[in-house]
Design a protein around this ligand. Structure first.
Ligand code: PHE
Length: 354
């Protein structure tokens, strides 16, 4: 038995391995059931008993080292093949260093956005993404705010030189969603919005909202109440009640402001309580002792808005809502200073539970 010859042959073959398939063929040829090394081991019984032990040991050594070399080569090749495949995938850029959660933290807006997306996706809503720069039509006309309408005054707008605007609300994407998915769909569109606000602890010129729309036959305000209640209960992990108050937004009719039951209140304090003859006021400081917190604007989509979206308002109805993600994050994480969100303050970012 010429072990040196087969050793050399194996070495040469190993050098030639290029693909995962090559490795399998090599394994079959030398290490498989009827592979050459296996046959040599089986042949041991026919050789001179005095040489059997030493040849056996050498053969075992060869088998083991070949297996080890093949195993590590195959892993290397597989890894390379996988990376090549990823390189061809336009969605993945493997040159971006992997960000381990432990090395940093996610921004509270990122966290709350994914939470809200998850909740609405679980209720069948499509997640849409609209641009931060909108045309005047998208931001105003398409949501029933014509030129010179006083409703424009409610949103002090940043204008670009070309006549476009930084969107003042995510409602700017309503028309697009209707044209894309109408006449029956449910979708949300979270994103950054801009208004020329006088900045203080609760007003920012850059903030996040999420728009929601559900259109179909027989959609009513009860659907709106149901989805808002479910979503808020899921986000706050606490039973939340909602109530509607009449309000004005030109793109909904009827329009409402939706209040959520105060998440900070102890449930047992929702009514005034009396002990030792002293009446304790209900609620808490945050809800100003009302047990309700103003949460968002909403309503049934105005027929003009449906028509501009190419949807027959006689056959289909829908609700829309828009709430502040920044505000939601403040409520969720107990943050009382809106300016911290865009401050780049690392201590603030580290303080938010991940
Ligand atoms: N776009 C409104 C705002 O920013 C909120 C809203 C959205 C109200 C949808 C009603 C329906 O104030």
């Amino acid at each position: 038995m010429d072990l040196t010859k087969i050793k050399k042959e194996i070495e040469a073959e190993l050098q030639k391995l290029k693909t995962d398939a090559d490795c399998s063929t090599f394994h079959q040829k030398y290490l498989g059931k009827s592979g050459e090394v296996t046959r040599l081991v089986q042949g041991l019984r026919d050789i001179d008993p005095s040489k059997r032990a030493s040849v056996g040991a050498a053969l075992n050594e060869l088998k083991k080292s070949t297996e080890e070399r093949l195993f590590s080569l195959q892993n290397e090749i597989k890894d390379k093949e996988f990376k090549n495949k990823l390189m061809q995938d336009k969605l993945v850029d493997i040159t971006i260093p992997e960000i381990h959660k432990k090395q940093g933290t996610l921004h509270p807006i990122t966290l709350i956005t994914s939470e809200v997306e998850e909740v609405f996706a679980s209720m069948g809503f499509i997640i849409e993404d609209g641009p931060e720069i909108a045309t005047e039509f998208e931001c105003f006309e398409s949501v029933n705010i014509p030129k010179n309408h006083p409703a424009r005054d409610m949103q002090d707008t940043f204008w670009l030189n070309d006549g476009r605007v930084l969107r003042t609300h995510t409602s700017a994407w309503q028309n697009h969603m209707m044209k894309k998915y109408g006449p029956t769909f449910r979708a949300i569109c979270p994103g950054r919005c801009f208004r020329n606000e006088a900045i203080d602890a609760s007003h920012e010129n850059t903030f996040f909202q999420v728009e929601g729309m559900m259109i179909g036959e027989d959609i009513s305000i009860s659907n709106l109440v149901y989805f808002m209640q479910e979503a808020l209960t899921a986000v706050f992990k606490k039973n939340i009640k909602v109530r509607l108050r009449p309000s004005y937004y030109s793109f909904v009719e009827p329009g409402f402001d939706l209040d959520a039951s105060c998440i900070f209140c102890d449930d047992s304090r929702s009514e005034p309580s009396q002990s030792d003859g002293v009446t304790t006021s209900k609620g808490c400081n945050i809800c100003k002792h009302s047990t309700w917190i103003e949460f968002c604007g909403c309503g049934m989509i105005h027929p003009n808005v449906l028509e501009m979206g190419g949807i027959d308002h006689k056959k289909y109805q829908g609700f829309a809502f828009g709430f502040g993600l920044t505000r939601l994050a403040m409520m969720r994480y107990g943050i009382d200073e809106i300016r911290l969100f865009n401050s780049g303050n690392l201590e603030f970012l580290k303080g938010v539970p991940q």
